[in-house]
Design a protein around this ligand. Structure first.
Ligand SMILES: [Zn+2]
Length: 289
């Protein structure tokens, strides 16, 4: 007799095999990601079809057969239907799920990542918060949960906690004030041909409002993570870009789904492309912007 199990989780990846089989990756709190095989889930009459959809949070019943987990059935808890009402929502959700797959493992507890993903998808699907805030908060908090917490207490050079304009030293996860950065650059004598230095010098400029948002998102209780605001649109966009830069620099690669999200939002984003270079520079010094 195969052993039957049941667990709550959300479908974060779907891969169709042949005509009717579907491999699901389920994110659960207790056991991280679980691979599930849904046999015949495409057919109209499949009782599994409802729970075999991307972004569906539900209770999944399965049994083990050899090394496979075979989906037997289940019930939907939250389908996040409203995601599909808008292409930007759907693209952002796809990227958040890709990040989740990247940052979780099979068999390893993932309660906080699950909570983070569910709260974020809820906010995106209902348009409760601007997408830039949800995306940035998710990225930064996912970095913290994965062990890449930046030190946001103050300048790594002089220790001051507030400054008109901080730089985030992305690879070192540290803040540097304008004065300390100018001193450091002068001492180093840039531009340098040293490749190591180039690597270490990915920086993003941070207004006090953006820094406050970073500080909030790094430690806020997960259920209140999205209860912050950036009233200035430029701050929202800078927050989103900087969180993205921070997380992806630590992961070490980008995501097609993120590129797709940005490309589809192009009409709105193109107006801002110009200042992207002012906000982020690699090994250049525009700190006086
Ligand atoms: Zn300083």
């Amino acid at each position: 007799m195969p052993m039957h199990e049941a667990i709550d989780g959300i479908v974060v990846r779907v891969r169709d095999m042949g005509n009717c089989d579907r491999y699901l990756s389920l994110l659960t709190a207790e056991r991280g990601r679980i691979p599930l095989l849904a046999k015949g889930s495409h057919s109209m009459h499949s009782t599994q079809a409802a729970v075999s959809q991307m972004y569906t949070y539900g209770n999944y019943e399965y049994y083990r057969k050899g090394s496979m987990n075979i989906l037997k059935g289940g019930s939907v808890i939250q389908p996040f239907y409203s995601l599909s009402a808008d292409i930007d929502r759907l693209n952002l959700a796809a990227y958040l799920c890709d990040l989740t797959v990247e940052l979780t493992d099979e068999g390893e507890e993932a309660g906080d990542m699950l909570r983070l993903l569910l709260n974020s998808l809820h906010a995106v699907s209902r348009e409760l918060r601007p997408q830039e805030l949800v995306k940035g908060a998710f990225e930064l908090r996912a970095a913290v949960l994965s062990g890449y917490a930046p030190d946001l207490s103050g300048c790594a050079g002089c220790g001051r906690a507030e400054s008109e304009l901080f730089c985030l030293d992305v690879m070192n996860g540290a803040l540097i004030c304008r004065e300390c950065r100018a001193q450091r650059n002068a001492a180093v004598g840039r531009p340098s041909s040293d490749e190591e230095l180039r690597e270490a010098e990915i920086v993003g400029l941070m207004t006090p409002a953006v820094l406050a948002a970073f500080r909030y998102c790094a430690v806020a209780p997960l259920e209140r993570l999205l209860s912050f605001d950036l009233h200035d649109r430029a701050d929202r966009e800078q927050f989103s870009r900087l969180c993205e830069l921070y997380l992806l620099s630590h992961i070490g690669h980008g995501f097609d789904s993120l590129q797709f999200y940005h490309n589809m939002r192009a009409p709105q984003a193109s107006a801002d492309k110009g200042n992207q270079h002012e906000l982020f520079q690699q090994n250049t010094d525009h700190t006086g912007v």
